[in-house]
Each structure stands twice: as structure tokens, then as C-alpha cells.
Write a protein that binds this ligand. Structure first.
Ligand code: GRF
Length: 219
């Protein structure tokens, strides 16, 4: 059963684009009904307009508090009867105002293998730490920063000659695979919460595990 998606963005919107593409080709049944950016004139808004998706700016600088900003986001999402909120490159820490309005109905993507490297500049941190694998994580949002229950992760080998740029680009490509996959699992009702764990029932089929194999052969 397709859901009405509300996507929150702050920048380029490459994850938004991946979800638009997944919806238009039928990989997911859900439809993006509104895109909201906290930053004006970002390319994510152009991507939405090109696909006739309502593209709205709610600038956090126009509000006296995080809670007031979140309330404006909630009001807009309710106006579009949104079922699932997808944060895609959305660089705001959300408050209980948004979380309480959409309990376990807010997803986020982070370009690291959580719980390692929450926050920002995470690809650089993984590289400098000397990790052999990096990756990305789709998780339920909670009132922490990048701390909610993990839905799906994609792994990316770190190469000796990687730079922050080459690694970030490779991680982003895997992000664009696991986000639509996570939304597909959600819309199919296959995500079962068990404490901090998110179990997938029925389990991922072999063809759904592409991002868990060596992603280098696919990029
Ligand atoms: C991505 O790495 C995402 O994981 C992070 O922001 C970056 C840009 O995302 N949250 P997008 O291209 O705007 O979707």
C-alpha cells in the first residue's frame, strides 16, 4: 500500500532524487506529496519542481525557537496528509514537537555506520580514524542526534587512496540504494520494532541484499 511521503531537505537533494526515481519507476508504491526545505534556493527544491512535487521553504531563521519551527513543519505535513516523514540531507536537529506528531514515522539517513561517527564530517572522520569500512545508515529518528533504531545499513570499503571526496561519493551512491529499500520495507509493513532492534519480516531476499555485497562491483 503506497504511503504519502513528506521529504525534508536542506541542500542538494540527491537522496530526494533517488526516492523520486524509485517512486516513478514503481520500486516503491509511495508517492512524495511535499518537499520542505529549511533553506531557500537549494537544488533539492528544483528537483521537486521538475517532478511537479510541491516544493516549500520553511526557513528555521524565521522562528523564535526549534519547537516553533518544528510546529510549522508539522502543520505543513498535516496539511498534505503525510503518512511518513523522510529526512533526506535535512540538517536540523528535530524536537519532540515533530517526533510526537509522527511517532516512529520519521526516517533519516546518515553517511556512516552508526553508532560510529554521528554528527557531521563523518566520512573524513572514518578515513582519518583508519577504518577499513565506512557506509551509511537509515534509521528511525528519535530525540537524539543520529541515535534512533537502525533499519538498514550499507557498507563501503575504504581504499588506501581514498580522499574525503571519493569516499563520500561512493557512500552517497549506496545511500541512494538503501533509502528507497528502507521505504519499501516500511510501506510493506515489514519493519518490526523490538527494543532498539528493527527486525525485517519477512527477511530480506537475496536480490534485496545487493548493497550488502561488495558495492565496488556495482558502482
Ligand atoms: C548525504 O550524505 C546525507 O546522508 C546527509 O546529507 C548528505 C547530502 O544529502 N544527511 P542530499 O544529497 O542532500 O540528499
Amino acid at each position: 500500500m503506497g504511503l504519502r511521503l513528506g521529504v525534508l531537505v536542506s541542500g542538494s537533494g540527491s537522496n530526494l532524487q533517488a526516492i523520486i526515481d524509485a517512486s516513478e519507476k514503481g520500486f516503491i508504491k509511495s508517492k512524495i506529496c511535499v518537499v520542505i526545505s529549511n533553506v531557500p534556493n537549494v537544488y533539492a527544491l528544483e528537483r521537486a519542481k521538475k517532478h511537479n512535487i510541491p516544493a516549500i521553504v520553511i526557513n528555521h531563521k524565521d522562528f523564535p525557537s526549534r519547537e516553533a519551527f518544528d510546529q510549522a513543519i508539522v502543520d505543513k505535513l498535516k496539511e498534505y496528509n503525510i503518512d511518513l516523514v523522510v529526512m533526506a540531507g535535512f540538517l536540523r536537529v528535530i524536537t519532540n514537537v515533530l517526533l510526537d506528531a509522527f511517532p516512529m514515522k520519521i526516517l533519516n539517513i546518515h553517511p556512516a555506520l552508526l553508532p560510529s561517527f554521528p554528527g557531521l564530517h563523518v566520512q573524513k572522520k572514518a578515513l582519518e580514524y583508519g577504518c577499513k569500512f565506512a557506509g551509511c545508515t537509515v534509521h528511525f529518528a528519535d530525540n537524539g542526534v543520529d541515535t534512533g533504531p537502525i533499519i538498514i545499513q550499507g557498507i563501503v570499503p575504504i581504499l588506501d587512496n581514498d580522499t574525503e571526496e571519493t569516499l563520500s561519493k561512493r557512500i552517497l551512491s549506496v545511500e541512494h540504494k538503501i533509502y528507497p529499500q528502507a521505504i519499501k520495507l516500511y510501506e510493506e509493513g515489514r519493519l518490526k520494532i523490538s527494543g532498539r532492534r528493527v527486525l525485517i519480516d519477512p527477511p530480506l531476499s537475496p536480490d534485496e541484499k545487493t548493497f550488502l555485497t561488495n558495492p565496488l562491483t556495482e558502482l
